[in-house]
Design a protein around this ligand. Structure first.
Ligand code: ADP
Ligand code: MG
Length: 243
């Protein structure tokens, strides 16, 4: 497996607040990586730097070996390859479910409306939301919205999917339906980077777990190592606090 994403000495500062300090991380094609860590440790900022919603203030970000921060790199094309699912869904409220899954395909990927619709319907079917194609987001539960957000993201044929606490805004009874869809996606060979507080899920689906604390990768390793035999005091302390 080759490195799909390689992050070297990544830094992000807001004013003089150093939120990410020298992050080094590589993600291989097809790998499922989860990022855990306390609130405020920089997990969202790291994901937002990976898809360039935020511009890093230092370091390198390589995608398939190319430096995406280099001048002249085709950023719109890169962004089209990176899917993101947010805690707060970020659906287009004025579009119905089907259109939410079509607009990016037509605008960014230049697919015909017919092709985009066929792909959207197939993906809505995969997440169990085909029957809601003509509903507005406001008519859906949180779990349903998040399943639509996942269908929308995978309709763009991403090379990597980023998930930022996709179940944190959900009522507890809806967490399972979203994790089920994510679990199915992990079996498809899609590269996934998942920020989550669902530790049992992380342990089950991850190839590798990253523990972040105060803007650094404090520990990383196989799920059984991080969850059963953590080495760093702060990893142990975090896990004791939340489990
Ligand atoms: P996490 O996702 O791990 O909870 P975040 O990446 O959201 O952490 O935030 C890490 C730190 O960066 C926090 O201290 C937060 O206040 C700060 N931060 C995040 N976004 C901004 C921003 N746009 N401007 C200033 N500070 C920010
Ligand atoms: Mg966050």
């Amino acid at each position: 497996m080759t490195d799909l994403i390689q992050i070297n000495h990544l830094q992000k500062q807001y004013g003089n607040h150093e939120v990410l300090k020298d992050i080094n991380l590589s993600v291989k094609d097809g790998e499922v990586v989860t990022i855990i860590g306390p609130s405020g440790s920089g997990k969202s900022t790291l994901l937002r730097c990976i898809n360039l919603l935020e511009e890093p203030t230092g370091g390198e970000l390589l995608f398939k070996g190319d430096n995406i921060l280099a001048p002249g790199y085709n950023l719109p094309k890169y962004r089209a390859h990176v899917g993101m699912v947010f805690q707060q869904f970020n659906l287009f409220e004025n579009h119905d479910v089907l259109n939410n899954c079509i607009v990016g395909q037509v605008k960014v990927l230049k697919r015909s409306r017919e092709e985009a619709e066929r792909i959207a319907i197939a993906n809505l079917d995969k997440v169990g939301m085909k029957d809601f194609a003509h509903a507005k987001p406001s008519q859906l539960s949180g779990g349903q919205k998040q399943r639509v957000a996942i269908a929308r993201a995978i309709s763009m044929d991403p090379e990597v999917m980023l998930f930022d606490e996709p179940t944190s805004a959900l009522d507890p009874e809806m967490v399972g339906e979203v994790l089920k869809i994510m679990r199915e996606l992990t079996g498809t060979g899609l590269t996934m980077i998942i920020v989550t507080h669902e530790m049992a899920f992380a342990e089950e689906v991850s190839d590798r777990v990253i523990f972040m604390d105060q803007g650094v990768v404090a520990e990383e390793g196989a799920p059984e190592k991080i969850f059963q035999h953590p080495e760093q005091a702060r990893t142990k302390e975090f896990l004791q606090r939340i489990l």
